[in-house]
Design a protein around this ligand. Structure first.
Ligand SMILES: [Ca+2]
Length: 307
């Protein structure tokens, strides 16, 4: 008989204590429209945080040490200096053939039969047949595109090319003083470089970096806004922070608004190295400069957008 009494008391307690607590939790969950997170130091709903445009990620504002003091590196990567960049959005991948075709269809003046030859060399979109890229290569990065063409594409898509500082900051993926987005070592599993594949590879094939960006090392080298100046890093006072540096123009907006007037004989920056380059040339600090009308089978680009 005592057993029945204990069972009855236990059942009574369950009904009036545990069941209401479950109901309360459910009620709270239903009352919240969106999960709560911490954003800019404040607790807020996820729906209040601006989402990056499709295919882009937010690169947070911050400082980093730009360049390399490694004596094996070329002099143009020295001295290492502190740079601050504002927050921006960046394409997770290099611009693909499929994306570039959409631009061409809406901008006939950049189609290979109609393009102004001041802005490209004779190899512009070399492997394309009219407005069609080789079959099966939708997600390969577009190649044989000039700096001028890259800026025109970026403008059409509501974006722009990155500055050289933005590119290197993003490529490092939050790591400090490392040679590669993956650390101080690189292997053929990390990126497409050194003729390990012998061709471009579809974007997103290799692991992302700390900012969820793909192919910052290798695949195709990427055009940046800046004029290439080998001594640019030595122009900054060592005891000051260079804020949003840009070589060859007073402002990003001025450069973009008059990009067709940019001197054809002033090289522009290319970054990240290519599927052909050895591990030496695909380091995050490695710089290159090429004339803005030049196109090549391993040169491409990706875009950024101001936040
Ligand atoms: Ca690349």
């Amino acid at each position: 008989m005592k057993t029945y009494i204990y069972f009855f008391i236990l059942a009574f307690l369950c009904f009036f204590t545990i069941i209401p607590s479950i109901t309360e939790v459910s009620y709270l969950t239903l009352a919240d429209d969106a999960p709560v997170i911490t954003y800019k130091g404040n607790t807020t709903n996820v729906s209040d945080v601006p989402m990056p445009p499709e295919g882009m990620v937010l690169i947070p504002a911050g400082e980093f040490r730009m360049g390399s003091d490694d004596p094996k590196d070329r002099k143009d990567a020295r001295p290492v200096h502190t740079v601050y960049v504002d927050a921006f959005y960046m394409d997770q991948t290099e611009v693909t053939n499929k994306q570039y075709k959409a631009f061409l269809l809406e901008n006939p003046q950049w189609q290979k039969e109609r393009v102004n030859t001041e802005f490209v060399n004779a190899n512009y979109l070399k492997h394309w047949n009219g407005n069609n890229y080789p079959s099966g290569r939708d997600n390969h990065p577009v190649v044989y595109v000039s700096w001028y063409a890259a800026i025109a594409y970026a403008e059409w898509s509501g974006k722009r090319l990155p500055t050289e500082a933005e590119w290197e900051y993003a490529a490092r993926g939050g790591l400090a003083n490392k040679k590669y987005p993956s650390g101080n070592m690189i292997t053929p599993q990390d990126a497409n470089y050194g003729m390990n594949v012998g061709d471009t590879t579809p974007v997103r094939k290799y692991p992302e970096n700390g900012y969820k960006l793909y192919d910052m090392t290798g695949n195709v080298s990427e055009w940046c806004l800046d004029a290439y100046e080998s001594n640019f890093y030595s122009t900054f006072p060592q005891d000051e922070i260079a804020r949003n540096p840009l070589s060859g123009a007073n402002s990003v907006d001025k450069l973009i608004n008059s990009f067709t007037e940019v001197n054809r004989l002033q090289p522009r920056v290319l970054r990240g190295g290519t599927w052909i380059n050895s591990d030496y040339f695909v380091r995050v600090a490695c710089r290159d400069g090429v004339l803005p009308w030049f196109t090549f089978y391993s040169y491409g680009f990706r875009c950024v957008k101001d936040k």
